[in-house]
Write a protein that binds this ligand. Structure first.
Ligand code: GAP
Length: 507
């Protein structure tokens, strides 16, 4: 079970995100638009800080990686070449009684989770009975009921993966019927046939004739591939090199749920790393390790992460990993790392009739490079940060606080400046402190409410430092600085504030 693995915990995070101006439902005054969200004043800061942290560690840190900002609209042939028109489908099924639509594979996976839970229950029961002598591995490999469940899970998984790989939609329906999987809303097993559903949104460019149909990009990657030669030539890049991009992507998800985990409009941070054919597995290993390091450098507990190697591969990949995160609803994909071979560049070469090759000065050969991709959803990273950061704490005086222990480098505000009272020249001195800090850090000046309330508010938005200006400040130019996590306070000279905050932000 995960850290905060419960519906209750998830509801608290969603409510907190709204109450403190991180995330609002899109078009809320019209009762909202499903699977679209707006980022409020603190949300946009956190989001920008995640982008900045990613961009710096990819583009600034790696001398052979450059950036790109390509258009969302692309020539429709792009999606024919990339395979998205043909293969970017999800198998969907409708329940005739509730009229609810589901992804057939997710229905089956939820069913597998239920069987998995039965195994967990047996293990818990036995662990209680045997105490310290309990050997879980032995129990799993010998207990008849657990063995039966494990075999069942394996058999269902194999059947599902086979059916998905071979696009046997009838077989998926048969599996759902045979396992007696019912609709979570109506409770009935009155299902339609399984059909493929393309996830791309389309619109018309200019006039409304069918020939002008274009698509909103479902991944930012294709903007990088079609610009491969432009960037390689103008940047005079030598293999291996990378192109990084942050931008919006759109998918008409069949079941959009779980808050900002699965949205119809979302943002991706993607790197396409171009390498010599034959070296892609080494680079896949390299980027897998680099990306895990990126997450861990934030100081988020190791237990939140898990690596998963794909059995079922996307249409463009020959090997792939997911970095999974323990969200409030369990471990799910946060980031994908794919070896995409030369699939995309070769396909664009073929469809456009333009050569997309690399001339290797060392071997004096021209070839289509292979690609290793890292792709992380910005919104999912945002949810991961909130999940790990949200804490309810009981304090020594028996009061309680909700604190977001966001890694300081990502915190929306780095410091808050409070004059103790609104008189005696303290606000003026507070403004002076604020003016010293605000060019380098996002800071907030607050004089309303008691100091205690101001602390609570900044705990709730994750501000690492609160600085209080009091009467002593006027005499000796010192302030108290309170650290968010330990709540410890220290008296320091105003001139040292910059250095103290900067030290905490250093990676
Ligand atoms: N270019 C490769 C690609 O797009 P993907 O696994 O489909 O691969 C990459 O997506 C990442 O984008 C995922 O790991 C996830 O973090 C994010 N993502 C995908 N679909 C999403 C959605 N509907 N809402 C939010 N994030 C999503």
């Amino acid at each position: 079970m995960g850290k905060g693995n419960s519906e209750d915990f998830f509801k608290k995070i969603i409510a907190h995100a709204k109450e403190y101006g991180f995330i609002f439902q899109s078009s809320e005054i019209y009762d909202g638009l499903s699977a679209a969200y707006d980022y409020g004043p603190f949300g946009v800061e956190l989001k920008n800080n995640i982008k900045d942290y990613w961009w710096k560690s990819m583009v600034q840190y790696h001398e052979n990686i450059v950036g790109l900002d390509s258009a969302i609209f692309m020539h429709p042939s792009t999606w024919k070449a990339s395979g998205h028109l043909e293969a970017f489908n999800d198998p969907m099924i409708d329940n005739k009684d509730s009229k609810k639509r589901y992804r057939a594979d997710e229905l089956i996976e939820d069913h597998l989770d239920k069987i998995e839970k039965k195994i967990d229950k047996e293990i818990k029961k036995a662990a209680k009975r045997f105490g310290d002598d309990f050997d879980e591995d032995q129990f799993r490999s010998t207990h008849p009921k657990v063995l039966k469940y494990t075999e069942k899970i394996e058999a269902i998984k194999n059947r599902m993966n086979n059916a998905l790989e071979n696009e046997q939609l009838d077989e998926l329906k048969k599996l759902i019927e045979e396992e007696n999987i019912t609709c979570p809303v109506s409770g009935s097993a009155n299902w339609t046939d399984v059909r493929q559903f393309n996830l791309m949104f389309s619109t018309e460019l200019g006039s409304t004739s069918e020939n002008n149909k274009i698509y909103l990009r479902p991944e930012t990657a294709q903007g990088i591939f079609v610009n491969y030669l432009n960037v390689q030539k103008t940047g005079r890049m030598k293999l291996p090199f990378g192109i990084a991009q942050i931008g919006k992507a759109f998918r008409n998800e069949i079941v959009a749920r779980q808050f900002i985990f699965r949205m119809r409009e979302f943002e991706q941070m993607e790197l396409q790393y171009f390498v010599q054919p034959g070296t892609e597995m080494e680079w896949l290993e390299y980027w897998k390790n680099e990306r895990v390091k990126w997450h861990k450098a934030l100081g988020i507990d190791d237990d939140f992460f898990r690596l998963y190697e794909h059995e079922k591969l996307a249409h463009y990949a020959n090997a792939a990993y997911d970095i999974e995160f323990d969200f409030p609803f369990g471990f799910k994909e946060l980031e994908g790392i794919h070896s995409r071979t030369d699939f995309d560049l070769s396909a664009h070469q073929e469809h456009s009739g333009k050569k997309l090759q690399y001339y290797d000065p060392e071997t004096q050969e021209s070839y289509v490079p292979y690609v290793v991709e890292t792709s992380i959803g910005l919104d999912r990273m945002f949810l991961a940060v909130l999940t790990a950061a949200y804490k309810e704490e009981k304090l020594q005086d028996n009061s309680e606080r909700v604190v977001l222990k966001i890694p300081p480098i990502l915190s929306p505000y780095k410091a808050a400046v409070f004059p103790l009272t609104k008189k005696d020249g303290l606000p003026e001195k507070g403004r002076e402190v604020m003016d010293k800090l605000k060019f380098n850090f996002m800071c907030q000046y607050e004089e309303k409410d008691t100091i205690g309330k101001r602390y609570r508010r900044h705990d709730a938005i994750g501000t690492p430092y609160c600085i209080t200006v009091d009467h002593q400040t006027l005499e000796d130019n010192t302030v108290t600085i309170r650290e968010r996590d330990s709540m410890e306070q220290e008296r320091v000279e105003i001139d040292r504030l910059q250095e103290i905050i900067q030290k905490r932000l250093s990676m």
